[in-house]
Unconditional design. Sequence first.
Length: 461
Amino acid sequence: MTEGPSRSAKSSSSRVCEGALAIGPRNADARPDPGRLETSTTEAHRAIEAIWRIESARLIAGLARVVGDIGTAEELAQDALVAALEQWPAEGVPERPGAWLMGTAKHRAIDLLRRRKALERKHEELGRDVERAKEAVDFDSTIDDEVGDDLLGLIFMACHPVLSKDARVALTLRVLGGLTTEEIARAFLVPVSTIAQRIVRAKRTLAEAHVRFEVPSGAERDARLASVLEVIYLIFNEGYSATAGNDWVRPALCEEALRLGRILAELAPTAPEVHGVVALMEIQASRLGARVGPAGEPILLLDQDRARWDRLLIRRGLAALERAERLGGALGPYALQAAIAACHARATTAAQTDWPRVVALYDAVVQLAPSPVVELNRAVAVGMAFGPAAGLDLVDALVAEPSLASYHLLPAVRGDLLRKLGRYEEARAEFERGASLTENLRERELLLRRAAECAAERMAG
């Protein structure tokens, strides 16, 4: 896997899509060749799509700061995009496309608010706010200025805890990732209408709750940052281990989460857990190429060809973990999980993994963020460090946990430990139960294959 598409929050719009800037006529005297008009239009649309993916978050962030409403900001940004689609194929992509989009959105905002004189007082006040902002803010220069606070404010707004997890994920991918509703729906294997409803409801909830566009400080910032990190890692995890569908991994989601994490690390450089979650994602993403076989079949960690791990991503992950550690204080849950991932990354073979250290790190995670899933992961590490019987004792203690009743990895882990102990028939039943609980086709096939292997081993024994 190559390095993810990291996009700096400070990059100038004049430097994006340089190959696209010459598309179309650049002056009024230019006369396009009719035979090449269709090709030029297609190329222009591709350039616009690329520019939009890069600039949309910064554009929406700048507008949201002024109008104070994420839904209105996105509508204004979309209006500017429509204008670009209409004008750029004929006139050419401007040298500073981000500034052009912001300027167009600004004028659309002012025109819109002037036309709506009969709207309720809320919109009248919004209009006055925009008029005041027009006098106080140079929108064109804003594009090339530091936009960190705007982007950070948009991240905090999209990940506000007043929203459900699903809503936060959908809204974040929409306004920060620049993904279309169709792309988000495809990534999560849900109907387009479901994603559209989540986004609409999220915007409505933010408006009704009067959530302000701001960068929180102090204790509130720490609490809100936890929600942001949760959303980013949820996106990554769905790509790393898909909960449903025909594919076990969806690298595009991992790359998008990594991009958002890297941006956040630039915007919040003194937050250890931000670097912790980036470190965790970088190291885990390094395994994506080795995580599936030629036919898309899952390959578990201990069976992976470590020569196929992406060493660049591992180096980036270890560097991010080091930054988190240098910032001082006790490591948070994400940084601790990154340290666990680093144990695997540093081991040239599975046998060389420092399993006692992995257990100790899981002990620390349990203290900070206790959960049955973390306990299950710890049981796996205990089984590797101190033998399958020790691990099985811990897993058996989790069998009655209500939150794990339909969690397919509980019987999968139990089956693996039973198999190592030579209890093949019990292991087969556990693998089959795990297969019945997962909604991912590839994972189901893997568990059924392991069940069949247990049956064969029992017959051979």
